[in-house]
Design a protein around this ligand. Structure first.
Ligand code: SAH
Length: 400
């Protein structure tokens, strides 16, 4: 089964213009166009070999996209390892093997391929029971990986019934069904024994935010006898864990009506009492402002917004938005209650996010103690040298 597209000739030779060999040998997977001497024309995703800037010695194998600022992605930092189908199968198998050890019990929703973190540049795959959802990060990965071949390979290895390939962004294309008939959607799955569904066609990302699994569990453990507000709640992941953890009342706020309907569905399918959950369609900032005005407060507040800083250019406004949100959220936490704040922006590092939390809490004229700092779970591996890939920050605070 082809897992990578057949090369049209020998690998493209690319020559570094800077001495990046040390970081590449440490496992950094990206080379930007401005670090290359020439950008020869080639089809996006062409296999390429990277040569050093001094003597032209081979450094790494990967693939190339001449038109992208991210011109070269490393597949293997071993120049003696050509990128064959056997190489690709070994990489995919290695990713599968890791999941066998890190995915918790009673969990059928997990990330199977985490791109660069699995040595599979630009290839993302989430599994929900017997359905897999793949995503390729742009024309380079699309030109390199054989999505249809990988889908068939996966279906065989994991006995999957359906494999969906999602476009990188909704604007850039439509979903393709690579395996199966899509007989089931939304797809039911388990996470730490909790029942959820993922709408793999209309949902956000691949249908569910698997990266918050451990953090949801922590929130569940802290929720007993507390009133809980879950802002940017999507399909109620944090809400359901809080309910199962013994929260006295849970409120889920989101802008998306369909997501809230699924949140209600998820609440009910875990046999939680309907009267203890409210789903409210509202803008998070207006909801929090109104709550503060009417002196509404909760014992545990979760804020897990979409990325406010999706690029370097938006970092400043993004940080300001995070700070505003933390202030608004801290203002509606009861004394000695808990505030869980997350950021999924790769441009906001942990130090910056902690500073935003500090400023934000202080603007609300409150003080806080950190109870936990966390990030992505082990089925979302990242290269040690590639901190930008550790996009998720999660801070649990007690607010005095
Ligand atoms: N915490 C969720 C994931 C949140 S994703 C989980 O564990 O699954 C971010 C969510 O924020 C999306 O559901 C999106 O619909 C919602 N959203 C985006 N902007 C919003 C806004 N201004 N007010 C309320 N919700 C918003």
């Amino acid at each position: 089964m082809p897992l990578i597209k057949p090369p049209q000739g020998p690998p493209v030779e690319l020559r570094l213009s800077r001495d990046l060999v040390r970081t590449l040998k440490r496992g950094h997977p990206w080379v930007f166009a401005d670090a290359l001497r020439h950008l020869p024309p080639a089809r996006p995703g062409s296999p390429a070999i990277l040569l050093d800037n001094k003597k032209g010695r081979p450094v790494a194998h990967g693939f190339y996209h001449a038109q992208s600022p991210l011109a070269f992605r490393v597949c293997s930092p071993n120049p003696d390892e050509p990128l064959t189908n056997a190489w690709a199968e070994a990489q995919l198998t290695r990713a599968l093997r890791l999941r066998k050890t890190v995915v918790p019990a009673q969990t059928s929703g997990y990330r199977l391929f985490n791109g660069e973190g699995d040595g599979l540049p630009g290839l993302i795959c989430d599994v929900y029971s017997d359905t897999a959802v793949m995503q390729l990060d742009g024309p380079g990965p699309t030109g390199f990986w054989d999505a249809a071949g990988i889908a068939r390979w996966l279906a065989e290895q994991l006995r999957l019934k359906q494999v969906v390939l999602k476009p990188q962004a909704r604007s850039s294309g439509t979903d393709q069904l690579l395996v199966g008939q899509l007989a089931v959607n939304p797809v039911p799955f388990l996470e730490n024994g909790v029942h959820f569904v993922a709408d793999v066609i209309n949902g956000q990302k691949t249908g569910f935010f698997l990266d918050q699994r451990n953090n949801r569990k922590l929130v569940g453990q802290m929720a007993a006898n507390r009133t809980v507000l879950n802002v940017f709640g999507y399909t109620g992941g944090f809400s359901v864990y809080a309910g199962l953890g013994g929260a006295s009342r849970v409120t889920t706020v989101d802008l998306s009506g369909p997501a809230l309907q699924t949140a209600e569905h998820n609440w009910h399918s875990n046999n939680l009492p309907p009267a203890q959950h409210r789903a409210i369609k509202a803008d998070a900032f207006s909801f929090l402002a109104d709550a503060a005005k009417t002196k509404n407060a909760w014992d545990l507040v979760v804020v897990d917004p979409p990325s406010f800083a999706p690029s370097k250019e938006t970092l400043k406004t993004g940080l300001a938005a995070y700070q505003k949100l933390i202030t608004a959220a801290a203002a509606v936490v009861n004394v000695d209650g808990l505030l869980a704040a997350a950021s999924c922006s790769s441009h906001v590092d942990l130090a910056a996010f902690l500073l935003v939390c500090e400023e934000g809490v202080s603007k609300a004229r409150r003080r806080a103690t950190i109870l936990a700092i966390a990030g992505q779970p082990a089925d979302h591996p990242t290269p040690l040298v590639f901190s930008e890939f550790r996009y998720l920050k999660f801070v649990l605070m007690r607010v005095e």
